[in-house]
Design a binder for this molecule. Structure first.
Ligand SMILES: C[S@@+](CC[C@H](N)C(=O)[O-])C[C@H]1O[C@@H](n2cnc3c(N)ncnc32)[C@H](O)[C@@H]1O
Length: 259
């Protein structure tokens, strides 16, 4: 049942989402006007509702819809790449993750979602002005209490923490390997996300030089399939290239153990 405080969206017959928070009050919803949000209290997730003469379904918002609906600044990570990162970093409740940089906070939200309710994400971001949008996005996700945002350069900042995983989405992650290696625990997992193939080579070589094991690099290709009365085919609007993913595991070897 939907209750006060739940982030929900109204889905119209064209697939457009209108976000609001359930509360016993009238609320202004962008694109719809003023809506009586109290009518949603006690409804089953996925119920149909009539608002201002129009039919909607009301759904509780999940991670995938949140990532789709973020205020965007810098290029955000896609759900397919964030999901692969979470799986390869073996993230679970209670894990501590070191991330850089924040961008619009899309990857941050996905990482927080994976480590909730007892974990923590420490995000290091170089530019304070970039972080405003990200902060709004993370606060809207409800996961901000587990988030530790710091300003600085991930290539030199001291985060004073032992972390289970490192996730870097920035232009030159190989230059941060010495610094993040001070905080990543032995056996901990590293993930990097870069748009260009030459960056993959620099990052893979950087990890190998520091003794990381099981270093792999790949690209996720995802094709949307459209089902029409006349046939089934890949969409003409498919997303082209997004980014390359690079993973590795830190050893307990002296070469990487610098904390
Ligand atoms: C492509 S964006 C990250 C997008 C983010 N993962 C998302 O999903 O929204 C890259 C970010 O890295 C930050 N950045 C670049 N170099 C950095 C550094 N040395 N230390 C910390 N942050 C850095 C940039 O300011 C920018 O916010």
């Amino acid at each position: 049942m939907l209750g006060e405080g739940d982030p929900v969206y109204l889905l119209d017959d064209r697939g457009k989402r209108y976000w609001l928070r359930v509360q016993s009050d009238m609320v202004k919803v962008q694109g719809l006007g003023v809506v009586d949000a109290g009518r949603l209290i006690g409804l089953e997730d996925g119920s149909s509702v009539k608002i201002a003469g129009r039919e909607f379904f009301v759904f509780r918002g999940g991670l995938i819809e949140q990532m789709d609906s973020l205020d965007r600044g810098p290029q955000i990570i896609t759900a397919k790449d964030a999901a692969t990162m979470i799986f390869h970093l073996d993230l679970k409740a209670g894990d501590v993750v070191l991330e850089a940089g924040v961008g619009s906070g899309a990857l941050t939200i996905a990482l927080l979602h994976a480590v909730t309710p007892t974990g923590r994400v420490i995000t290091v971001e170089l530019r304070e002005e970039f972080a405003q949008k990200a902060r709004r996005n993370v606060e809207r996700s409800g996961l901000a209490p587990l988030w530790d945002l710091r300003f600085g350069d991930i290539k030199e900042v001291d985060v004073e923490a032992r972390v289970d995983a490192v996730a870097l989405d920035m232009p030159d992650p190989w230059l941060a390997l010495d610094n993040v290696g001070r905080f990543l625990r032995p056996g901990g997992r590293f993930a990097g996300y870069v748009p260009n193939a030459n960056q993959v080579a620099d990052l893979v070589n950087g990890l190998r030089e520091r003794g990381y094991q099981e270093v792999v690099a790949f690209e996720n290709i995802q094709r949307a399939i459209e089902v029409h009365p006349g046939g089934v085919r890949p969409s003409y609007d498919n997303l082209g290239h997004t980014g390359y993913l690079v993973f590795g595991r830190k050893t307990a070897d002296e070469k990487t153990e610098r904390a």
